[in-house]
Design a protein around this ligand. Structure first.
Ligand code: ADP
Length: 314
Protein backbone atom coordinates (compact mmCIF):
# COMPACT_ATOMS: atom_id res chain seq x y z
CA UNK A 1 0.00 0.00 0.00
CA UNK A 2 1.31 3.47 -0.83
CA UNK A 3 2.28 5.74 1.99
CA UNK A 4 1.37 9.42 2.34
CA UNK A 5 4.41 11.53 1.43
CA UNK A 6 2.93 15.01 1.69
CA UNK A 7 0.20 16.36 3.93
CA UNK A 8 -0.90 19.96 3.35
CA UNK A 9 -3.31 21.11 6.06
CA UNK A 10 -5.49 24.20 6.18
CA UNK A 11 -3.10 26.69 4.53
CA UNK A 12 -4.02 30.36 4.66
CA UNK A 13 -1.96 33.18 3.18
CA UNK A 14 -2.78 36.85 2.58
CA UNK A 15 -0.78 39.57 0.87
CA UNK A 16 -2.02 42.70 2.66
CA UNK A 17 -5.79 42.57 2.37
CA UNK A 18 -5.70 40.06 -0.54
CA UNK A 19 -6.40 36.47 0.54
CA UNK A 20 -4.29 34.42 -1.87
CA UNK A 21 -4.90 31.01 -0.29
CA UNK A 22 -7.72 29.98 2.02
CA UNK A 23 -8.04 26.68 3.89
CA UNK A 24 -6.09 24.71 1.28
CA UNK A 25 -5.64 21.05 2.24
CA UNK A 26 -4.65 17.99 0.22
CA UNK A 27 -2.27 15.07 0.39
CA UNK A 28 -0.02 13.16 -1.95
CA UNK A 29 0.99 9.51 -1.81
CA UNK A 30 4.54 8.26 -2.35
CA UNK A 31 5.44 8.10 -6.07
CA UNK A 32 2.19 9.69 -7.24
CA UNK A 33 1.69 12.81 -9.38
CA UNK A 34 -0.60 15.60 -8.29
CA UNK A 35 -1.78 18.18 -10.82
CA UNK A 36 -2.57 21.52 -9.17
CA UNK A 37 -4.73 23.36 -11.65
CA UNK A 38 -6.42 26.74 -11.64
CA UNK A 39 -6.59 29.97 -13.63
CA UNK A 40 -3.94 32.68 -13.31
CA UNK A 41 -4.06 34.24 -9.85
CA UNK A 42 -5.84 31.22 -8.31
CA UNK A 43 -3.14 30.72 -5.64
CA UNK A 44 -1.07 27.88 -7.17
CA UNK A 45 2.36 29.56 -6.84
CA UNK A 46 1.59 30.72 -3.33
CA UNK A 47 0.61 27.15 -2.37
CA UNK A 48 3.72 25.51 -3.84
CA UNK A 49 6.00 28.21 -2.39
CA UNK A 50 4.58 27.42 1.06
CA UNK A 51 5.04 23.67 0.50
CA UNK A 52 8.72 24.21 -0.41
CA UNK A 53 9.29 26.39 2.64
CA UNK A 54 10.02 29.52 0.58
CA UNK A 55 6.99 31.33 1.97
CA UNK A 56 5.57 31.10 5.51
CA UNK A 57 1.81 30.51 5.72
CA UNK A 58 -0.34 32.71 7.99
CA UNK A 59 -1.96 29.50 9.21
CA UNK A 60 -1.77 25.77 8.51
CA UNK A 61 1.13 23.39 8.06
CA UNK A 62 2.95 21.11 5.64
CA UNK A 63 4.39 17.70 6.50
CA UNK A 64 6.68 15.93 4.06
CA UNK A 65 7.84 12.40 4.86
CA UNK A 66 6.50 13.03 8.38
CA UNK A 67 8.72 16.13 8.80
CA UNK A 68 7.24 19.59 9.30
CA UNK A 69 8.32 22.16 6.70
CA UNK A 70 9.74 25.10 8.67
CA UNK A 71 12.89 27.22 8.36
CA UNK A 72 14.97 25.13 10.80
CA UNK A 73 14.01 21.74 9.32
CA UNK A 74 16.56 21.03 6.59
CA UNK A 75 15.63 17.33 6.45
CA UNK A 76 12.14 18.30 5.21
CA UNK A 77 13.54 20.65 2.55
CA UNK A 78 16.05 18.07 1.32
CA UNK A 79 13.23 15.69 0.46
CA UNK A 80 11.95 18.20 -2.11
CA UNK A 81 13.19 19.71 -5.34
CA UNK A 82 11.58 22.92 -6.64
CA UNK A 83 11.48 24.22 -10.20
CA UNK A 84 10.22 27.81 -9.97
CA UNK A 85 8.51 29.73 -12.77
CA UNK A 86 11.37 32.20 -12.88
CA UNK A 87 14.53 30.60 -14.22
CA UNK A 88 17.47 30.54 -11.83
CA UNK A 89 20.56 29.97 -13.98
CA UNK A 90 23.91 31.66 -14.63
CA UNK A 91 23.74 32.40 -18.34
CA UNK A 92 27.48 32.71 -18.83
CA UNK A 93 28.55 29.54 -17.05
CA UNK A 94 28.30 26.16 -18.79
CA UNK A 95 25.46 23.73 -18.04
CA UNK A 96 27.94 21.63 -16.03
CA UNK A 97 29.20 24.66 -14.03
CA UNK A 98 25.61 25.65 -13.27
CA UNK A 99 24.86 22.15 -12.00
CA UNK A 100 28.03 22.16 -9.88
CA UNK A 101 26.88 25.35 -8.15
CA UNK A 102 23.44 23.88 -7.41
CA UNK A 103 25.05 20.59 -6.32
CA UNK A 104 27.33 22.43 -3.88
CA UNK A 105 24.26 24.15 -2.39
CA UNK A 106 22.90 20.69 -1.60
CA UNK A 107 26.25 19.62 -0.13
CA UNK A 108 27.13 17.34 -3.04
CA UNK A 109 30.66 17.03 -4.38
CA UNK A 110 33.27 14.70 -5.90
CA UNK A 111 32.21 11.58 -7.75
CA UNK A 112 28.62 11.71 -6.44
CA UNK A 113 28.09 15.16 -7.97
CA UNK A 114 29.73 14.08 -11.23
CA UNK A 115 27.51 10.99 -11.45
CA UNK A 116 24.35 12.92 -10.61
CA UNK A 117 25.18 15.63 -13.21
CA UNK A 118 25.41 12.93 -15.87
CA UNK A 119 22.19 11.24 -14.70
CA UNK A 120 20.07 14.40 -14.49
CA UNK A 121 21.29 15.81 -17.81
CA UNK A 122 20.48 12.46 -19.40
CA UNK A 123 17.01 12.55 -17.88
CA UNK A 124 16.23 16.01 -19.31
CA UNK A 125 17.83 15.07 -22.67
CA UNK A 126 20.61 17.66 -22.49
CA UNK A 127 23.63 15.34 -22.23
CA UNK A 128 25.08 16.72 -25.45
CA UNK A 129 24.99 20.32 -24.11
CA UNK A 130 27.09 19.76 -20.96
CA UNK A 131 29.75 22.33 -21.88
CA UNK A 132 27.42 24.86 -23.53
CA UNK A 133 26.23 28.00 -21.79
CA UNK A 134 22.50 28.57 -21.08
CA UNK A 135 22.90 31.91 -22.93
CA UNK A 136 22.88 29.78 -26.11
CA UNK A 137 19.82 27.71 -25.05
CA UNK A 138 16.16 28.10 -26.03
CA UNK A 139 13.69 28.95 -23.22
CA UNK A 140 12.65 25.30 -23.12
CA UNK A 141 16.23 24.04 -22.80
CA UNK A 142 16.86 26.48 -19.95
CA UNK A 143 13.75 25.16 -18.21
CA UNK A 144 15.04 21.59 -18.65
CA UNK A 145 18.38 22.58 -17.11
CA UNK A 146 16.48 24.10 -14.20
CA UNK A 147 14.63 20.80 -13.75
CA UNK A 148 17.98 18.95 -13.81
CA UNK A 149 19.33 21.29 -11.11
CA UNK A 150 16.32 20.59 -8.86
CA UNK A 151 16.93 16.84 -9.16
CA UNK A 152 20.64 16.69 -8.26
CA UNK A 153 20.03 15.74 -4.62
CA UNK A 154 17.59 12.94 -5.60
CA UNK A 155 14.46 14.43 -3.98
CA UNK A 156 11.46 12.21 -3.17
CA UNK A 157 9.13 14.99 -4.33
CA UNK A 158 9.70 17.30 -7.29
CA UNK A 159 7.52 20.42 -7.44
CA UNK A 160 7.20 22.24 -10.76
CA UNK A 161 5.47 25.62 -11.06
CA UNK A 162 4.02 26.01 -14.60
CA UNK A 163 7.02 24.27 -16.24
CA UNK A 164 5.77 24.63 -19.81
CA UNK A 165 4.98 28.37 -19.87
CA UNK A 166 6.98 29.98 -22.68
CA UNK A 167 8.40 26.61 -23.78
CA UNK A 168 8.67 25.43 -27.42
CA UNK A 169 6.75 22.22 -28.38
CA UNK A 170 9.95 20.12 -28.65
CA UNK A 171 11.08 21.03 -25.14
CA UNK A 172 7.54 20.59 -23.86
CA UNK A 173 7.59 16.98 -25.06
CA UNK A 174 11.07 16.48 -23.62
CA UNK A 175 9.82 17.82 -20.28
CA UNK A 176 6.88 15.38 -20.30
CA UNK A 177 9.18 12.48 -21.21
CA UNK A 178 11.49 13.41 -18.31
CA UNK A 179 8.62 13.67 -15.86
CA UNK A 180 7.22 10.33 -16.98
CA UNK A 181 10.66 8.75 -16.51
CA UNK A 182 10.93 10.31 -13.04
CA UNK A 183 7.51 8.93 -12.18
CA UNK A 184 8.63 5.46 -13.22
CA UNK A 185 11.62 5.85 -10.89
CA UNK A 186 9.19 6.43 -8.01
CA UNK A 187 9.59 10.21 -7.61
CA UNK A 188 6.41 12.00 -6.52
CA UNK A 189 5.51 15.12 -8.50
CA UNK A 190 3.43 18.22 -8.02
CA UNK A 191 2.79 20.03 -11.25
CA UNK A 192 0.95 23.36 -11.47
CA UNK A 193 -0.69 24.44 -14.68
CA UNK A 194 -3.64 26.26 -16.15
CA UNK A 195 -3.79 23.69 -18.96
CA UNK A 196 -6.03 20.79 -17.99
CA UNK A 197 -4.80 18.56 -20.85
CA UNK A 198 -1.20 18.78 -19.54
CA UNK A 199 -2.21 17.84 -16.04
CA UNK A 200 -4.41 15.03 -17.37
CA UNK A 201 -1.45 13.43 -19.14
CA UNK A 202 0.55 12.97 -15.94
CA UNK A 203 -1.63 13.25 -12.89
CA UNK A 204 -2.94 10.44 -10.69
CA UNK A 205 -4.73 13.08 -8.71
CA UNK A 206 -6.04 16.53 -9.62
CA UNK A 207 -6.58 19.40 -7.21
CA UNK A 208 -8.49 22.31 -8.73
CA UNK A 209 -8.00 25.66 -7.03
CA UNK A 210 -9.96 28.83 -7.72
CA UNK A 211 -9.86 32.15 -5.84
CA UNK A 212 -7.48 30.52 -3.33
CA UNK A 213 -9.82 27.64 -2.43
CA UNK A 214 -9.79 23.95 -3.35
CA UNK A 215 -12.92 23.23 -5.38
CA UNK A 216 -12.11 19.64 -6.42
CA UNK A 217 -9.63 17.04 -5.17
CA UNK A 218 -9.88 13.66 -6.90
CA UNK A 219 -8.60 11.30 -9.58
CA UNK A 220 -9.05 12.19 -13.30
CA UNK A 221 -11.46 9.22 -13.55
CA UNK A 222 -13.63 10.60 -10.72
CA UNK A 223 -13.59 14.05 -12.34
CA UNK A 224 -14.76 12.50 -15.63
CA UNK A 225 -17.70 11.04 -13.74
CA UNK A 226 -18.72 14.59 -12.83
CA UNK A 227 -18.88 15.76 -16.44
CA UNK A 228 -22.46 16.35 -17.52
CA UNK A 229 -21.67 14.86 -20.96
CA UNK A 230 -18.91 12.39 -21.87
CA UNK A 231 -18.98 13.20 -25.58
CA UNK A 232 -20.35 15.85 -27.90
CA UNK A 233 -21.83 15.61 -31.37
CA UNK A 234 -21.72 18.79 -33.45
CA UNK A 235 -23.63 18.95 -36.71
CA UNK A 236 -24.63 21.52 -39.29
CA UNK A 237 -28.20 20.71 -40.40
CA UNK A 238 -29.16 21.19 -44.06
CA UNK A 239 -32.26 23.09 -42.91
CA UNK A 240 -33.34 24.47 -39.51
CA UNK A 241 -34.43 21.63 -37.20
CA UNK A 242 -38.10 22.02 -36.14
CA UNK A 243 -38.68 22.86 -32.48
CA UNK A 244 -40.71 19.65 -31.94
CA UNK A 245 -37.77 17.54 -33.18
CA UNK A 246 -35.38 19.40 -30.85
CA UNK A 247 -37.68 18.71 -27.92
CA UNK A 248 -37.88 14.98 -28.75
CA UNK A 249 -34.09 14.91 -29.24
CA UNK A 250 -33.62 16.13 -25.64
CA UNK A 251 -35.72 13.15 -24.45
CA UNK A 252 -33.65 10.47 -26.27
CA UNK A 253 -31.84 8.06 -23.92
CA UNK A 254 -28.21 9.15 -23.41
CA UNK A 255 -28.71 12.72 -24.66
CA UNK A 256 -27.69 15.06 -21.83
CA UNK A 257 -28.18 18.43 -23.49
CA UNK A 258 -28.98 20.08 -26.79
CA UNK A 259 -27.75 23.55 -27.68
CA UNK A 260 -27.37 25.67 -30.80
CA UNK A 261 -24.29 27.63 -31.78
CA UNK A 262 -24.85 29.73 -34.89
CA UNK A 263 -26.21 27.25 -37.42
CA UNK A 264 -24.71 24.27 -35.59
CA UNK A 265 -26.45 21.91 -33.25
CA UNK A 266 -24.42 20.72 -30.23
CA UNK A 267 -25.61 17.52 -28.60
CA UNK A 268 -24.15 16.28 -25.30
CA UNK A 269 -24.01 12.48 -25.01
CA UNK A 270 -23.44 9.95 -22.24
CA UNK A 271 -21.02 8.09 -24.48
CA UNK A 272 -19.46 8.63 -27.90
CA UNK A 273 -21.05 5.47 -29.45
CA UNK A 274 -24.49 7.08 -29.19
CA UNK A 275 -23.55 9.61 -31.91
CA UNK A 276 -24.44 7.17 -34.73
CA UNK A 277 -27.86 6.38 -33.23
CA UNK A 278 -28.63 10.08 -32.82
CA UNK A 279 -27.62 10.86 -36.42
CA UNK A 280 -29.79 8.00 -37.68
CA UNK A 281 -32.73 9.16 -35.55
CA UNK A 282 -32.38 12.72 -36.90
CA UNK A 283 -32.32 11.42 -40.49
CA UNK A 284 -35.52 9.46 -39.75
CA UNK A 285 -37.10 12.76 -38.63
CA UNK A 286 -36.14 14.24 -42.01
CA UNK A 287 -33.18 16.22 -40.63
CA UNK A 288 -30.02 15.64 -42.65
CA UNK A 289 -26.63 17.05 -41.72
CA UNK A 290 -24.26 18.82 -44.12
CA UNK A 291 -21.41 17.88 -41.83
CA UNK A 292 -20.85 16.54 -38.35
CA UNK A 293 -18.06 15.77 -35.89
CA UNK A 294 -17.82 14.02 -32.54
CA UNK A 295 -15.44 14.69 -29.68
CA UNK A 296 -14.87 13.25 -26.25
CA UNK A 297 -15.56 15.97 -23.69
CA UNK A 298 -12.31 17.10 -22.11
CA UNK A 299 -11.69 17.63 -18.42
CA UNK A 300 -11.36 21.33 -19.30
CA UNK A 301 -15.16 21.37 -19.13
CA UNK A 302 -15.01 20.38 -15.46
CA UNK A 303 -13.87 23.84 -14.44
CA UNK A 304 -16.80 25.30 -16.36
CA UNK A 305 -19.13 22.84 -14.64
CA UNK A 306 -17.80 23.72 -11.19
CA UNK A 307 -17.54 27.50 -11.56
CA UNK A 308 -19.61 28.51 -14.58
CA UNK A 309 -16.43 30.00 -16.14
CA UNK A 310 -13.90 28.65 -18.62
CA UNK A 311 -10.47 27.86 -17.14
CA UNK A 312 -8.50 30.10 -19.53
CA UNK A 313 -10.60 33.23 -19.19
CA UNK A 314 -11.51 32.80 -15.53
P1 ADP B 1 -1.26 31.55 -9.48
O1 ADP B 1 0.07 30.89 -9.23
O2 ADP B 1 -2.40 30.57 -9.44
O3 ADP B 1 -1.28 32.38 -10.71
P2 ADP B 1 -0.54 33.21 -7.20
O4 ADP B 1 -0.33 32.31 -6.03
O5 ADP B 1 0.68 33.73 -7.89
O6 ADP B 1 -1.54 32.53 -8.23
O7 ADP B 1 -1.36 34.48 -6.73
C1 ADP B 1 -2.55 34.37 -5.96
C2 ADP B 1 -3.04 35.78 -5.64
O8 ADP B 1 -2.12 36.46 -4.79
C3 ADP B 1 -3.19 36.66 -6.88
O9 ADP B 1 -4.31 37.50 -6.68
C4 ADP B 1 -1.92 37.47 -6.89
O10 ADP B 1 -2.11 38.72 -7.53
C5 ADP B 1 -1.61 37.64 -5.41
N1 ADP B 1 -0.16 37.70 -5.14
C6 ADP B 1 0.74 36.75 -5.43
N2 ADP B 1 1.97 37.13 -5.00
C7 ADP B 1 1.83 38.35 -4.43
C8 ADP B 1 2.73 39.25 -3.80
N3 ADP B 1 4.02 38.96 -3.66
N4 ADP B 1 2.21 40.41 -3.34
C9 ADP B 1 0.90 40.70 -3.46
N5 ADP B 1 -0.02 39.88 -4.03
C10 ADP B 1 0.45 38.72 -4.52
Amino acid sequence: MSETLLRVTNLHKSYGSRQAVQAVSFQLEQGQTLGLIGPNGAGKSTTVSIICGLLAPDQGDVLVGGQRVEPSNHAAKRMMGFVPQDLALYDNLSARENLHIFGALYGLGGSTLKRRCTEVLDLVQLSDRLTDKPATFSGGMKRRLNIAAALLHTPRLLILDEPTVGVDPQSRNAIFDSLEALKRQGCALIYTSHYMEEVERLADHIVIIDHGKVIADESPAALYQRLPAKAALRLTPQAPVPQAVLQSLCQLPGVTEVATEGQDLLIGLNNAELAQDVLLWLTQQGCRANQFSTARTSLEAIFLTLTGRALRDA
